[in-house]
Design a protein. Structure first.
Length: 502
């Protein structure tokens, strides 16, 4: 067989390995939003309050966010493939346990463990892309990952509504979790065969930085716990935890600097703060997801409670956003090498305009016509959203050194999860505040929440504009030859084993 034929086969295998790993990522991220439509069924099944049932969503988000960075560091140290297979196996098992729950305690415990498994899996995707791809191929792979991140969140309500409609309202909620089992088992077999077994780059030995893990975990817990508790109807006094959370995260940053200075491997290398694109990209992700994720909760509440739509019809009403996001994410992922950060800016502007227009439409149009009237603005918002997540993921992670890839991917996802938790609580709070204070005016409530989301997207746009101005002042071209963003991508190495998974 010729060298050209071997190269083509190896190329196909790498893209197949990426596809399999992204199936796992899609399942994990889909479970963040898919469960929302099943909460009423869970309330009836276990005779619990809405606040208790909400912990099925909030608990998953909490443990998911806590596991991300430590799991990424474990992948950096012990190998992406090993961690990916362990995490995917755990996710399949915990999905089955969640679906089979017979008591409230069983359900919540299984869901918390499922969140840990999901948080272990996601960072490995970033590391695998760093290992398997170089140059323009890496930009394309990160673009696909970004589209999976945005699309999984946007399609959750639709997929959940379809499953409930097919499986029935009584036990349909169980199939929201059971559906992960057959898909996950197939992905597990394919991942074992296709995902490369090569070892990842290691620096400073196999030190795991347990102190850093504890400080970061406690700090993130202090940020997330008050948010998810309030979202679940819990006590509001937990907001004081923001103060010790800030102190713990400050201590974590200082500990990481000290650990790196002692030539030991930190959990999150301080060099990431000096990696062009990473701090700004993480900030954009945090703010955008604060505005982006919460819209699905308030739209579901408006369509189902305010207009009497079924879960399936409610999910279908937001399908234009998902379709727009799917199309633009793929196109934007390919266009990143040409347009760089300007794509993110254009996407944020379109998303803010689309969301503001949706708020105006739903404020004035009701009944069956509301979904049709909102379809156009939601499509515009989705087209913009796809241009945000995919390019921003590429530009944030592409220049990160391979030995930090897992931890960096975990850090970016942590920013997104914190933004998602805060945004869901914030938009839901605005929705209920307007609803109860305005004589149960559902249209006014959803409009206020969506205008808030549009405002947050404009804040993310200001951060992006600041980065573009900074690039010009530093004399860096927005899109240099051979790279994306402000940093050129290393050319591919010529040795076969560095680009071909074993």
């Amino acid at each position: 067989m010729t060298n050209a034929a071997l190269a083509v086969g190896a190329d196909h295998r790498r893209w197949r390995a990426l596809t399999v790993s992204l199936v796992g990522a899609f399942m994990v991220l889909l479970d963040v939003s898919i469960v929302n439509v099943a909460l009423p069924s869970i309330e009836r099944e276990f005779s619990v309050s809405a606040g208790t049932a909400q912990w099925v969503v909030s608990g998953y988000a909490l443990t998911f966010g806590l596991a991300l960075v430590p799991a990424g560091r474990l992948g950096d140290t012990f190998g992406r493939r090993r961690m990916f297979l362990i995490a995917l196996s755990a996710f399949v098992l915990t999905s089955a346990l969640t679906g089979a729950a017979q008591t409230t305690g069983w359900l919540l415990a299984a869901r918390l463990l499922q969140g840990v498994a999901g948080g272990m899996l996601i960072p490995q995707n970033v590391g695998l892309i760093q290992d398997m791809f170089r140059g323009a191929e890496r930009a394309r792979a990160f673009g696909i990952l970004g589209s999976v991140v945005g699309l999984s969140t946007a399609t959750g309500p639709v997929v959940g509504g379809v499953i409930l409609d097919l499986a029935g309202s009584q036990d349909g909620w169980r199939w929201v979790f059971y559906v992960n089992v057959p898909i996950g088992l197939v992905a597990l077999v394919l991942a074992y065969r296709l995902v490369p077994a090569r070892s990842t780059a290691r620096t400073r030995g196999a030190h795991l930085d347990l102190v850093g893990s504890l400080l970061l975990g406690a700090g993130v817990l202090g940020l997330l716990l008050p948010v998810v508790s309030t979202e679940s109807g819990g006590p509001g006094w937990l907001w004081w935890l923001f103060v010790p959370a800030a102190l713990l995260l400050t201590a974590f940053a200082r500990w990481e600097v000290r650990t790196a200075a002692r030539d030991r491997a930190p959990l999150l290398d301080p060099q990431l703060a000096r990696t062009l694109g990473f701090p700004t990209g993480s900030a954009i992700a945090l703010v955008y997801f604060t505005g982006f994720t919460g819209i699905w909760v308030v739209l579901a509440l408006f369509f189902q409670d305010g207009l009497g739509y079924s879960p399936l019809r409610s999910g279908l009403a937001v399908t234009p956003f998902a379709l727009g996001s799917a199309v633009s994410a793929v196109l934007a992922g390919r266009a990143v090498p040409r347009f760089g950060r300007r794509l993110t800016a254009a996407g944020l502007l379109a998303a803010a305009i689309g969301m503001g227009a949706t708020a105006l439409v739903l404020r004035t149009v009701g009944g069956d016509a509301a979904a049709w009237a909102a379809a156009g603005p939601l499509l515009v918002a989705g087209l913009g959203g796809g241009m945000v997540v995919s390019p921003n993921t590429t530009l944030t992670l592409e220049s990160v050194p391979a030995q930090m890839a897992g931890a960096a991917g975990g850090a970016l996802q942590t920013a997104q999860r914190i933004g998602s938790a805060i945004g869901t609580a914030l938009l839901a709070t605005i929705y209920y505040h307007v609803l109860t204070g305005g004589g149960h005016d559902f249209a006014a409530a959803v409009s206020a929440a969506l205008f808030c989301a549009a405002g947050l997207m404009l804040v993310a746009l200001l951060i992006t504009a600041g980065e573009l101005v900074g690039e010009r002042r530093r004399g860096l071209p927005p899109v240099p030859p051979g790279g994306t963003g402000a940093v050129a991508v290393p050319a591919p190495r010529t040795t076969p084993h560095e680009t071909v998974p074993s």
